[in-house]
Ligand binder design. Structure first.
Ligand code: CS2
Length: 483
């Protein structure tokens, strides 16, 4: 204890780092994943010293306040199966509260800013099941009103702060309007969220919103924003106090915001950067013309297995990915789902057998305590990407799709048991709909009508597919713990 009281607090002066790089990247979503992934690639790029990141939080200011107090610095703990290594990260040069839209406007309007990267989570795109912006979403509607009032020429504000958008896309549209006014030219928007076709999703969220607010702004964004698609990968569980203490003991400074991650990392990108980009290829990133198969490989094999283990594993009493994988029943379910996913990926160029083998090793790294409860959150959006496409592809090929069906069944059983325990299902986009569906009958959503309502949150088509619903009802109703 006395030791941690006397060690210096981390900052650019106590760490004696090179001067902060100029801001050329604006990032939305200052979570652990961004700090383990894009910030790490930027720092390792051959020209990384010229590319500073200004990162904004989403809903809460806390992470920005903590990081700003350390001049953006933090420690990245790479946690391998054999031990930890520590790296001081310097590529984030400014950390801001996401609600500080005036600063976002200023930075995005600067001609030196070349791109905006996003890790805002799947749900924050506010897209409907058909992939278009969900303009019935209350937060989106509120932003439309705010943005219209800001862009209308005769908008006047009676003193005080002008209103500002609240959703990530709304804030970005507001900032892009400032870039248009400043004449700062084209810019890239790089989605680093776990969404299929994330460039298209970003375009639907941002371009779609601008079109509704002000067609001339929509046209400017269409002509000046290049949406870059990416497949991103690095397992990064939530930081705990144990990591804060570890860094104090190992590094000799106190860091409120370390990030723990696995040694593996992967980044595949596709698209144009009209205002330039760091030499991320020198840090291991790969640039491709066609990204879809890489995205699906990652979303289905890694994330799909994660979601399957998150629900089935918790129903079987496990807490972490490594524990779930060590359970032969869960492991067999994962392999079964993988076989289905693999049949729907091209055999050439993706090296699936090696990818699967590497995943088993990564998931089995018990030193990374990756909690299933964390992965289980926001299941409605996740399963729409991870299970539904594989199920449909298997059916279309005349096969059962049982492996993908089991993932959906495990989710159904998990949300039922959460609800039965008197708890709310954590799902940013779906928790209201899930609660409504589960309250449709007296047995906690076990009726066919309740099941159909639950499935409608994932996919409209499947919710009226009687054969699917019957199979799902049977698959969800098993004794998961005893299977
Ligand atoms: C996980 C991902 O929480 C989840 O949904 O599946 O965060 C996963 O750990 C990352 O995509 C790994 O790159």
């Amino acid at each position: 204890m006395t030791e941690t009281q006397t060690i210096p607090a981390l900052s650019r002066s106590t760490a004696n780092t090179a001067p902060a790089a100029p801001v050329r990247i604006v990032h939305l979503g200052l979570g652990a994943f961004h700090r383990a992934h894009q910030a790490w690639y930027t720092q390792r790029a051959s020209d990384g010293g010229q590319w500073g990141i200004a990162a904004f939080t989403g809903r809460r200011p806390d992470a920005a306040l903590a990081l700003a107090a350390q001049d953006g610095l933090y420690t990245l703990i790479e946690r391998g199966a054999e031990g930890d290594s520590f790296e001081l990260m310097t590529s984030i040069v400014e950390a801001h509260d996401g609600a500080d839209v005036a600063t976002l406007e200023r930075l995005v309007a600067a001609s030196t800013t070349a791109m905006v990267t996003l890790t805002i989570t799947e749900a924050a795109y506010n897209l409907a099941a058909d992939g278009a912006l969900d303009i019935s979403n209350p937060a989106v509607r509120a932003d439309i009103d705010v943005l219209r009032s800001l862009t209308s020429k005769d908008a006047g504000h009676d003193g005080g702060n002008p209103p500002a958008a609240v959703t990530a896309a709304g804030r970005l549209v507001q900032a892009l309007a400032a870039r248009r006014t400043a004449g700062a030219g084209p810019i890239a928007v790089v989605s680093c969220d776990n969404l299929a076709n994330n460039a298209i999703a970003a375009k639907a969220a941002i371009g779609g919103l601008a079109d509704v607010v002000d067609p001339s702004l929509g046209a400017w964004i269409e002509a000046n924003v290049s949406y870059v698609g990416t497949s991103i990968d690095r397992i990064t569980p939530r930081t705990t106090d144990a990591e804060i203490e570890l860094v104090a003991a190992e590094c000799g400074y106190s860091d409120s915001s370390p990030v723990v991650t696995e040694p593996f990392s992967d980044w595949v990108l596709s698209g144009e950067f009209p205002a330039g980009r760091p030499d991320w290829a020198s840090a291991g990133a790969v640039f491709v013309d066609e990204i879809e198969h890489f995205e699906n490989r990652k979303l289905w094999l890694l994330n799909g297995a994660h979601s399957l283990m998150a629900y089935a594993g918790q129903l079987r009493g496990h807490q972490t990915v490594a524990q779930a994988l060590a359970d032969p029943v869960c492991a067999a379910w994962v392999e079964g789902f993988w076989n289905e996913a693999e049949s729907n990926l091209p055999a050439d160029g993706l090296n699936i057998p090696a990818y699967r083998a590497a995943l088993l090793e990564r998931f089995g790294n018990a030193r990374i305590a990756h909690h299933l409860a964390q992965i289980a959150q926001d299941g409605s959006n996740k399963l729409r990407m991870r299970a539904v496409p594989v199920y449909k592809a298997e059916k279309a090929a005349g096969r059962s799709g049982d492996g993908a069906l089991r993932m959906i069944a495990a989710w159904v059983a998990f949300v039922r048991s959460t609800h039965a325990g008197g708890n709310t299902v954590v799902d940013a986009a779906g928790s209201d709909g899930i609660a409504e569906a589960l309250s449709l009958d007296a047995s906690g959503g076990r009726s066919d009508a309740a099941l159909a309502a639950l499935v409608a949150i994932l996919d409209e088509g499947l919710s009226s597919d009687a054969a699917f619903l019957a199979d799902l009802q049977a698959a969800a109703g098993i004794d998961w713990a005893a299977a």
